[in-house]
Design a protein around this ligand. Structure first.
Ligand SMILES: Cc1cc2nc3c(=O)[nH]c(=O)nc-3n(C[C@H](O)[C@H](O)[C@H](O)COP(=O)(O)OP(=O)(O)OC[C@H]3O[C@@H](n4cnc5c(N)ncnc54)[C@H](O)[C@@H]3O)c2cc1C
Length: 552
């Protein structure tokens, strides 16, 4: 089909899932006009993600939408326990207690806490926020069918799926946030690396408002159900009220019949009861990461760039991290203060994060499936008792790796970034559960409460910020060098803030618009070179400068 019209657009995003919407809104906050193409009408048939991680909530804080997440329809009073059982009416093997969303508190390293907000609530929040900007145009029921690029821009071929009209859109940049199996990734990514099949899983959303009253296990977010044959399914509270999702971890590729599914629901609960099956999806767990996230003027982000097992709840959160990394770089280059080389830092910064998170997700899956066969598990005998007493704590201990992951959500770093100037100190090893805040170049700039009640995180998002912790530290040379290059920069004097000074551990700290540290130090490298490095014009400049300045 040939295109019958051609229109020009600002930045073009394909896919209005959580990642495309987050990128659209982030760019809009920075003042960029955006068009988003989404082939569906935005309805979420089967919500997948429900855990909005602490870093994503920090971005929501920057975007001003934390109250919207907190006001979502999820039952904020539901205890978030994970319970290991033989069935909901069977034996309880062990339990990991977590408070409800209302009662839970942020970790000391963040002003925010993770939230439970399933995709059919979170996507509409992101969509309403993104569309609240007059310069964002989200076109539902519009599908990307192909594209070409040259040195000056991208031509996207689009079909209005309602009228079947086709047309072209010209844009300076195209970002594929078009999910797993992305058309954009197929064209640019050079293939995906990893494990294409981890398991075949069937997800069933069912309605059963009375489910919690049918058993003696009390409130929980997640039931993990084991039989003598091994771990076989989970049931999680999708909205905390009446909707539940059962995931059967190993199912045949052709899926299950409705009758088989109904039997499996009864088996998991352990009794016959009334329920309504709302939707069924058979899907393949994978651990895959694209070889590159960029080709010329075309990028990929989110599931288009990486897919991972949901064990851990890292998928969308990793994708939103991609969006925040890419947003300010596109803005900088379009405004002219960012060198086009800035965009080349996107893959080396974000790809290693996805590789790490995908690996951890698969390790969580292996731990979830680890019990294997326990023939006596459900026996009402001393042998059965012994089996349950031994397995319960051992399994809970193994599974706890999945529940405590602050080091994944907050601890990711851009250690080898071409645009972060290292200070010569040795980076501590990356850990999953543990996260110690530090302001080494490439790390997330730490959260500390300031004396005026703000978080340090509230200082970031709008251009570069040079934090000054001692009165004698001289910000002028670097500020002058940045301003000569039209790089937006503000100096924030924190000289009275002892707690922040201790954590940031240098007299001057330069923080990027995305809230990652670009440089910190006592004395400065050549300011022009530093300014060119952080704006992408002099990648890895410290290697040739031969100077590493230790944080003082
Ligand atoms: C059971 C389950 C539970 C999960 N739980 C979590 C969790 O708790 N936390 C978490 O972080 N992650 C979780 N995930 C992963 C998470 O759901 C995904 O990582 C996330 O949805 C990816 O967002 P995205 O915007 O990249 O892609 P998607 O959500 O897949 O959105 C892509 C969009 O692009 C559109 N599109 C595709 N092709 C085109 C085209 N050619 N033209 C126009 N539009 C197009 C699609 O219609 C779609 O709306 C879970 C996944 C599963 C399966």
């Amino acid at each position: 089909m040939s295109a019958n019209t051609s229109v020009s657009a600002p930045i073009l995003i394909v896919g209005a899932g959580p990642v495309g919407l987050a990128l659209a809104g982030d760019l809009a906050v920075l003042g960029q006009a955006v068009t988003v193409l989404e082939r569906s009408d935005g309805t979420i048939e089967q919500p997948r993600m429900d855990m909005v991680g602490v870093r994503t909530m920090e971005f929501c804080r920057r975007w001003g939408i934390v109250p919207n997440v907190e006001a979502s329809a999820y039952n904020r009073d539901l205890a978030q326990d994970n319970v290991y059982v033989t069935s909901l009416t069977g034996y309880e093997l062990s339990r990991e207690r977590f408070p409800s969303m209302r009662a839970s508190k942020p970790p000391e390293q963040s002003p925010q806490k993770r939230e439970r907000c399933p995709q059919d609530m979170f996507d509409p929040i992101l969509s309403a926020w993104a569309r609240s900007f007059p310069h964002v145009d989200v076109r539902y029921r519009h599908q990307l069918t192909g594209f070409e690029q040259n040195a000056s821009g991208v031509t996207a071929h689009v079909t209005d799926v309602v009228t079947e009209k086709t047309f072209d859109i010209e844009a300076p940049y195209l970002i594929g946030c078009d999910g797993a199996g992305s058309r954009v990734a197929k064209a640019i990514a050079g293939g995906m690396e990893g494990t294409p099949v981890l398991s075949q899983t069937t997800n069933i959303i069912f309605r059963a408002p009375q489910l919690l009253s049918l058993h003696d296990k009390g409130e929980a977010y997640r039931f993990i159900i084991l039989s003598p044959e091994g771990m076989w399914c989970t049931i999680v509270a999708i909205n905390g009220w009446d909707r539940w999702r059962m995931s059967i971890t190993n199912t045949p590729p052709e899926g299950l019949t409705r009758e088989e599914i109904a039997n499996e629901i009864r088996r998991a609960v352990g009794i016959d009861f009334d329920f309504e099956i709302l939707s069924v999806t058979s899907w393949t767990r994978r651990e895959l990461v694209a070889q590159t996230y960029q080709q010329g003027r075309v990028f990929i982000a989110g599931d288009a760039a990486h897919v991972m097992s949901p064990t851990g709840g890292f998928g969308m959160n990793t994708g939103i991290g991609d969006a925040v990394d890419l947003g300010w770089k596109l803005d900088a280059v379009l405004r002219g203060w960012g060198d086009p080389g800035l965009l080349d830092s996107y893959t080396p910064e974000r790809r290693p994060v996805a590789v790490r998170n995908g690996r951890e997700s698969s390790a969580n899956l292996a731990r979830m499936l680890s019990p294997g066969k326990n023939p006596a598990l459900c026996d009402d005998t001393p042998e059965g008792e012994e089996c349950r007493a031994e397995l319960g704590p051992r399994y809970a201990e193994a599974m706890s790796h999945e529940w405590y992951t602050l080091g994944i959500h907050l601890g990711y770093r851009y250690d080898d970034s071409p645009i972060c100037w290292p200070d010569g100190t040795v980076a501590p090893p990356l850990e999953v559960a543990k996260y110690v805040q530090e302001a080494r170049a490439g790390a997330r700039a730490p959260h500390v409460w300031l004396s005026d009640g703000r978080s340090t995180l509230d200082l970031f998002g709008d251009g570069f910020v040079l934090l000054r912790f001692t009165a004698h530290a001289q910000p002028d040379p670097i500020v002058a060098a940045l301003r000569e290059r039209n790089v937006p920069v503000r100096v924030v004097d924190l000289s009275g803030e002892a707690a922040a000074a201790k954590v940031y551990a240098a007299p001057l700290v330069l923080v990027r618009p995305d809230g990652h540290v670009a440089w910190r130090g006592a004395s400065m490298p050549e300011p022009g070179l530093l300014a060119d490095c952080v704006r992408g014009a002099a990648p890895y400049a410290w290697k040739t400068a031969g100077e590493l300045v230790a944080g003082g």
